[in-house]
Design a protein around this ligand. Structure first.
Ligand code: HPA
Length: 274
C-alpha cells in the first residue's frame, strides 16, 4: 500500500465506482459470527476484498471478506462482511482504510458490530450492548503516521465518539421491539488471545463493561472524518473474573448467533429510519 492514505483511498474508490454501484447511505461493519444480516439484503453487487486496490484481506474464520452493495429495508447500504483486526498483523492505519473508502463512496452514517466479552455482571451471553464510549487499549492508533490535511483533524475530538442521535434511535427501536439493550463502555485489546482472569479484572477496573478486539480503530477514523457512528456488541462470554471462564473462538461464534437476530432487527430499523 502506498504511504498516502488519501491516494490509497482514492484508488480503491475509483475501482469501486468503476463498477457503478448505487451510492450507499449507510455503511455497516459486521463482527464475528454476525454475518446473517446479509440474508436480509437485496444484493446488487458483491466485491471480494482481494479485487479492491489497497484493501487488506480478512484472514479470520467467521469473517468472509466481501464488500456488499444492496438494499436493506429499501435503503442503499454497503456492508463489510469481514473486518480487519490488529492481531492479523495489519497496522490500524491499513485496517481502517475501508472506513475511509465507504465514507468517500457517500455513506452518511456507520453501524458497527462486534463480539465481546461482558465484564459487567449485568451482561449475559447472547445479550447486546450499545457502545456509549470506549477505551483504546490497543498498542496502535489508526491516525498514527504522516498526516494529510484531507484526512480530517490531526487531533480529533472524541467527547462524543458514538453519535447521540443514533443511540437515542436505537434505544427507541429496542423498546418498541421488546429487545433488552444494555449500554456501556467497550475496551479494545490487541488479542488474539482471550484475557487472563487478572486482565478481565483490569479491564473492569479501568471502567469497561465489555472487551473485544475491534471497533475502536474504525470509530476513531469516523471521528476524524466526522461520520456519525453507532456501535453494538454481542456479548459472547460472561468474562466475570470471579468465575473461571474458558473462552474459545468457536464458543464466541455460537454465542454470537444468539444475539444475531436482535442485532439484525436493530440494524434493519436503524437503516429504514435513516
Ligand atoms: N475478550 C476479547 N475479545 C472477545 C471476547 C473476550 O472475552 N469475547 C469475544 N471477543
Amino acid at each position: 500500500m502506498t504511504e498516502s492514505i488519501v491516494q490509497a483511498t482514492n484508488e480503491a474508490v475509483a475501482y469501486i465506482k468503476g463498477l457503478n454501484p448505487t451510492t450507499p447511505e449507510t455503511g455497516i461493519i459486521l463482527g464475528t459470527g454476525l454475518g446473517k444480516l446479509v440474508d436480509h439484503v437485496e444484493i446488487e453487487m458483491s466485491i471480494d476484498y482481494g479485487d479492491i486496490p489497497n484493501f487488506p484481506i480478512s484472514t479470520v474464520e467467521g469473517h468472509k471478506g466481501k464488500l456488499i452493495f444492496g438494499k436493506l429495508s429499501g435503503k442503499p447500504v454497503v456492508i463489510m462482511q469481514g473486518r480487519f483486526h490488529y492481531y492479523e498483523g495489519y497496522s490500524l492505519r491499513q485496517a481502517t482504510l475501508p472506513v475511509r473508502v465507504m465514507h468517500k463512496l457517500g455513506v452518511k452514517q456507520m453501524l458497527v458490530s462486534n463480539a465481546a466479552g461482558g465484564v459487567n455482571t449485568a451482561m449475559k451471553v447472547g445479550d447486546i450492548m450499545l457502545l456509549t464510549d470506549h477505551i483504546n487499549l490497543l498498542p496502535d492508533n489508526p491516525l498514527r503516521g504522516v498526516h494529510e490535511p484531507e484526512l480530517g483533524a490531526r487531533f480529533p475530538d472524541m467527547s462524543e465518539a458514538y453519535d447521540k442521535k443514533l443511540i437515542k434511535r436505537a434505544v427507541e427501536i429496542a423498546n418498541r421491539e421488546g429487545i433488552l439493550l444494555h449500554q456501556g463502555v467497550y475496551a479494545a485489546v490487541a488479542g488474539p488471545n482471550f484475557e487472563t482472569q487478572a486482565e478481565y479484572r483490569y479491564v473492569r477496573a479501568v471502567g469497561a463493561d465489555a472487551v473485544g478486539m475491534s471497533t475502536v480503530p474504525e470509530v476513531i477514523v469516523c471521528a476524524q472524518i466526522g461520520l456519525p457512528v453507532l456501535g453494538i456488541s454481542a456479548i459472547t462470554d460472561e468474562a466475570f473474573p470471579e468465575e473461571y471462564v474458558i473462552v474459545t473462538h468457536e464458543y464466541v461464534i455460537q454465542a454470537a448467533a444468539i444475539a444475531e437476530p436482535k442485532m439484525v432487527t436493530l440494524f434493519k430499523n436503524l437503516v429504514a429510519e435513516c
